[in-house]
Write a protein that binds this ligand. Structure first.
Ligand code: NAX
Ligand code: K
Length: 494
């Protein structure tokens, strides 16, 4: 799914209005009906609903939502903040459409701001994607009052005061909703950690905007959906054999850190790799052979760390890093490996840390190599600091494009930057996966997919998606706090 900027969304609305064709007031009605459908599916009519409206189209949505909820017998109180002399035409029309007996209160001064009770819902329709400056004055005061209350706030399209495509200042006043119900496509802000409390749990509702506009309009940003990946899962042919599914090599583990490479190795096999060899220091030999009889083990001559550059000819993909350690001899091995590479590679954990300490190595990482850093590792790779998450994203794009690498920046909504400049935000996963070993599992999955011949960009996007999917299934079974990396492996499968 494409993620568009506010300007593109506005053009998308206009295109749909002109080409469907549909009147803009009817598009607003569609949006409001879609919002109400979600709302009613989640909350019954026992709790009072307060709708706070601005005077733009977001406020127009709020008024239409009020009308539809009243028809469905919800107890609705409407407040309109008079922040301008004249509302938009669709706002005005929806104001007219409200039943004369609807409870509407204009807020023209601070004393008229209500208190919001803890058992109520506040539907936030003050400001939407039309935000041009931070919320101030009366609107800011209303937002503050909502945030100070214990009411459950639900934002229409986007939290009032939140910029969709660019960072807010720390002092900006923004609704902190429990939920955001966004129309048609997510906003870039939804994927930024710094915006988390201004987004809450977000859901998309379709408002039937033009499919041809979506298809023909370019954007660097994408949101991964299961449907877009369905073509990547292929049934196995009847006469296939283990040689049909590649031979992966995983390099990692060191004294005290063998668990990392064991986790990667298990995940690699579960991703469907036909054969797996693990190169590990000699101290890990028994551990690997015992915990993972399905894998072959190539013991390094060194007892504690990896030092030997493997003969890479037999392998269709290589993953290196989990538990690797940063011994000087391991660094030499990594250098040797990078200079002799012919197969696709995943670089993770200490392989990335070694590269960060020896930045010249970055230039010997081959095109389309997959790097899987978490934000700290990425910052070390960049040797630079971003001032906010939007800048981090821009730096990620530039880095991947300049070096022609695939970078999976791990976190909630892992951002996968491709050499073509696109960024793909993941849609699966949960905070239960923030636990030691999760990343090792991901490295194993992607290495296994590469070994089977999946193109690197697909392997990164599909691997991250399936890793999160397995994590979601695991969390459902054992809850998020109880989830450990092995649970992710046990829930793998597609
Ligand atoms: N036809 C359409 O374009 C549709 C629009 N929809 C809704 O319309 C919203 C966008 O509506 P608008 O573009 O009218 O804009 P908003 O309703 O977001 O904002 C209203 C107006 O307030 C002014 N404003 C901006 N920042 C302000 C601030 N900090 N304080 C006070 N005033 C400020 C601007 O002039 C802006 O146009 C979307 O978020 C969505 O909710 C939906 O109804 C779907 C269809
Ligand atoms: K809003």
């Amino acid at each position: 799914m494409k993620v568009f900027s506010v300007n593109q969304i506005r053009a998308w609305d206009a295109f749909t209005i002109a080409h469907e064709p549909i009147h803009s007031i009817d598009l607003m009605e569609r949006a409001s009906v879609a919002f109400v459908k979600w709302f009613c599916a989640h909350f019954d009519d026992r709790c009072p609903v307060t709708i706070i409206c601005g005077m733009g189209n977001n406020g127009g949505d709020g008024l239409a939502i009020a009308r539809i909820l009243i028809q469905k017998c919800y107890a609705v109180q409407v407040y309109i903040v008079k922040h301008t002399e004249k509302g938009t035409p669709d706002f005005a029309q929806n104001l007219q459409r409200l039943h004369p007996q609807t409870s509407i209160q204009w807020i023209e001064q601070e004393a008229q701001i209500p208190t919001f009770t803890s058992n109520s819902f506040v539907i936030d329709a003050l400001l939407g994607s039309g935000l041009t400056r931070p919320a101030t004055g009366l609107i800011a005061k209303v937002i503050q009052q909502v945030n100070d209350s214990e009411a459950t706030a639900i934002s229409v399209d986007i939290a009032s005061g939140l910029f969709a495509d660019s960072p807010n200042a720390p002092s900006d006043v923004i609704i902190k909703p429990a939920y955001t119900i966004a129309f048609q496509c997510p906003k870039l802000a939804f994927f930024q950690p710094q915006c988390a409390e201004y987004v809450g749990e977000w859901h998309l509702v379709s408002i039937g905007l033009s499919e041809s506009y979506e298809a023909q309009t370019p954007t660097p940003y994408f949101y991964t959906t299961a449907a877009a990946l369905s073509s990547l899962t292929k049934a196995r042919k009847k006469y296939s054999h283990k040689g049909s599914f590649g031979h992966a090599l995983l390099i990692g583990g060191s004294y005290g850190k063998m668990g990392s490479i064991v986790l990667s190795a298990k995940a690699c096999l579960r991703s469907g790799a036909g054969l797996l060899t693990v190169q590990a220091p000699r101290c890990g030999y028994d551990i690997l052979q015992t915990s993972l009889p399905e894998a072959m083990v190539l013991p390094d001559w060194h007892w504690m760390v990896n030092t030997t550059v493997p003969d890479i000819k037999p392998y269709s993909a290589i993953g290196i890093g989990p538990g690797l350690g940063q011994d000087p001899q391991t660094l030499l091995m990594l250098k040797g490996l990078l200079s002799s590479l012919t197969s696709p590679i995943v670089l993770d954990a200490d392989a990335l840390n070694l590269i960060s300490k020896h930045p010249d190595l970055l230039h010997s990482v081959p095109k389309n190599a997959i790097l899987t850093p978490h934000p700290k590792e990425f910052q070390r790779l960049l040797n630079d600091q971003w001032k906010d998450d939007f800048e981090k994203l821009a730096m990620l794009r530039t880095f991947a494009q300049k070096l022609q690498l695939i970078v999976c920046l791990k976190g909630a909504h892992t951002a996968i930057a491709l050499p073509d400049g696109s960024i793909h935000f993941n849609s699966t996963g949960n905070p239960g996966m923030a636990t030691g070993g999760s990343g090792d599992v991901l490295t194993g999955i992607i290495t296994g997919l590469l070994a089977q011949g999946m193109p690197p960009a697909d392997a990164a996007i599909f691997g991250v998606f399936q890793h999160g999917n397995a994590g979601d299934r695991a969390a459902q079974k054992c809850t998020q706090p109880a989830l450990i990396a092995s649970d992710i492996i046990n829930e793998m499968g597609w």
